[in-house]
Write a protein that binds this ligand. Structure first.
Ligand code: HSE
Length: 421
C-alpha cells in the first residue's frame, strides 16, 4: 500500500480523493499497489469538503509523516507551496503538483533539489491533456520544431463567443467567471499570464530554456475590437490566444498573444473552454492533443496518472533529460520575433493619408500583403485602415506602431494582432 497526503482539498483535491475511491480497482491494477489518502490539508476545518478522507489544517502533518510517500500539492500560489515542496523533497518524499505558477518560476531549482526523487506535474499544463507525458516520453526521439497551443480555456471561451455570436467581451468574461473557468483574478487568464506559465513549462521539456514570464512576450485578449473580429471573419481567420514556442536556427521564440490563424487549421476549430496543443517534431511531424484544460475531474485525472507513474517506479528526471538538450539553444529576444501582422488604425478620411501611412511602413521595411478600408463607426470623418503585412520583424512593427501614433492624421492607438499562416 502507498500512502499519500493532499495539501489543498479544493475542487481538484476533492476530485482526486473521489476518483481514487471510485476507480480504485483500475488504479490498483495499473499501479500494482493500493493507493490510500492518509490525510488532506485544508485551511478551514469547519468548512464541509464533501470528502471521505481525514483532514488537518497543518501541512507539516503531511510533510513530516514518515508513512506518507507522496505529497500532492494543490494549494495554488507560489511562495507557500515553494517552501512546502522544498521541505517535502528534503524529507525524501515524491511530489506531484498541479501548480503552473510555482513551476514557471522555480522549475529548475526544484529539478535540482529533486534529483532522483520523482517530481511530477502533468496537471500543471492543459489540465487533463497528457501533454507533459507526450513531450517527456512519447516524443523523446524528436527535435521539437514548434509547439503551438490553446492553453487557457477562459480566453478560448471568450473568443469563441465574441467571434461566433458577436458577444461583448466584458459580458462573456462574467459568464466564464460564473461557470468557474477563470482564475480567482481573471487578469491572469485574459492577460495571457496563465498561458505563459504553461508555455514555459512545455518549452523547458522541449528545449531546456530557462526563462521566466518576465522574459517573454505576453499579450492578452483585452484589446480585441469588433472590427478585428469582423476582419478575421472576412479574411477567414479565427482569433485564438496561442502559446507559441518555435525553434528558429539556434534561437527559440517564446510568445503568448492573440493570433489570427486560418479557419481551416485544426487548432482553429477548437472552441469553447477546450484546450489543444500542436507539437511538431522532426521525426514524427505534426501531432495534436485536445481535451479539457481545467475542471476538477480532468485535472485530477492528470494528478492521479502521476501518482500511478510514481508508484510504478518511474524515476525519469523532472524535465525529461539527463544531459543538456541541444547546445547553444537560447531564448530569442522579443524584438527578433518574425511574424505576419494585422494592423488597425483610425485615420482622417482625406487625400494623402493612405500615402503617408504606406510611406511610413515602407520606410521601416514593412511590406503590405492585403489592405482594407472601412468607415469608423465611432468617429465622424474618419475611416479605419486595416493592413496585413508580409513577414517582418517585431522590432519594425513596434517602431511602426509608435511612429504611426505620432502622425496627426492617425487617431488613438494602433491595434495589432500577429498572424500565423
Ligand atoms: N483558468 C485556467 C483556464 C484554468 O481558463 O484555462 C486552468 O489553468
Amino acid at each position: 500500500m502507498v500512502k499519500i497526503g493532499i495539501i489543498g482539498v479544493g475542487t481538484v483535491g476533492r476530485s482526486v480523493a473521489a476518483i481514487l475511491e471510485a476507480n480504485s480497482d483500475i488504479i490498483e491494477a495499473r499501479a500494482g499497489k493500493k493507493i490510500v489518502v492518509k490525510l488532506g490539508i485544508v485551511q478551514d476545518l469547519t468548512k464541509d469538503r464533501g470528502v471521505n478522507i481525514p483532514l488537518s489544517d497543518d501541512p507539516y502533518d503531511v510533510i513530516n509523516d514518515p508513512e506518507i510517500d507522496i505529497v500532492i500539492e494543490l494549494m495554488g500560489g507560489i511562495d507557500g507551496p515553494h517552501m512546502l515542496v522544498k521541505k517535502a523533497l528534503a524529507n525524501g518524499k515524491a511530489v506531484v503538483t498541479a501548480n503552473k505558477a510555482l513551476l514557471a518560476y522555480h522549475r529548475y531549482e526544484l529539478q535540482e533539489l529533486a534529483g532522483d526523487i520523482p517530481f511530477m506535474y502533468e496537471a500543471s499544463t492543459a489540465g487533463g491533456i497528457p501533454i507533459i507525458g507526450a513531450l517527456r516520453n512519447g516524443l523523446a526521439a524528436n527535435h521539437i520544431e514548434s509547439i503551438m497551443g490553446i492553453m487557457n480555456g477562459t480566453c478560448n471561451f471568450i473568443l469563441t463567443k465574441m467571434i461566433g455570436e458577436g458577444a461583448d467581451y466584458k459580458e462573456v468574461l462574467k459568464e466564464a467567471q460564473a461557470l468557474g473557468y477563470a482564475e480567482s483574478d481573471p487578469t491572469f487568464d485574459v492577460g495571457g499570464f496563465d498561458a505563459s506559465h504553461k508555455l514555459l513549462i512545455l518549452s523547458s521539456i522541449a528545449y531546456g530554456i530557462d526563462a521566466k514570464p518576465e522574459d517573454i512576450l505576453i499579450e492578452g485578449i483585452d484589446n480585441i475590437t469588433s472590427t478585428d473580429v469582423e476582419f478575421a471573419k472576412d479574411f477567414e481567420y479565427a482569433i485564438k490566444l496561442l502559446g507559441i514556442a518555435k525553434k528558429v536556427g539556434n534561437g527559440v521564440e517564446l510568445r503568448v498573444h492573440p493570433t489570427m490563424i486560418p479557419q481551416n487549421s485544426m487548432i482553429a476549430k477548437v472552441d469553447g473552454v477546450m484546450n489543444a496543443v500542436m507539437v511538431r517534431g522532426d521525426a514524427v511531424g505534426e501531432t495534436l492533443y485536445y481535451g479539457a484544460g481545467a475542471g476538477g475531474n480532468a485535472t485530477a485525472s492528470a494528478v492521479i496518472a502521476d501518482i500511478i507513474d510514481i508508484v510504478r517506479g518511474n524515476t525519469n528526471p523532472m524535465l525529461g533529460y539527463k544531459k543538456p538538450l541541444e547546445s547553444g539553444l537560447t531564448l530569442l529576444p522579443k524584438e527578433e520575433i518574425h511574424s505576419h501582422y494585422y494592423l488597425r488604425l483610425s485615420v482622417d478620411d482625406k487625400k494623402g493619408v493612405l500615402a503617408e501611412v504606406t510611406n511610413l511602413l515602407s520606410r521601416l521595411d514593412i511590406s503590405i500583403e492585403a489592405m482594407m478600408q472601412k468607415p469608423d463607426n465611432d468617429k465622424d470623418e474618419c475611416v479605419e485602415l486595416l493592413f496585413v503585412t508580409h513577414e517582418c520583424q517585431e522590432k519594425s512593427i513596434q517602431e511602426a506602431m509608435s511612429e504611426l501614433e505620432k502622425l496627426s492624421v492617425v487617431h488613438g492607438k494602433v491595434g495589432m494582432i500577429r498572424i500565423e499562416q
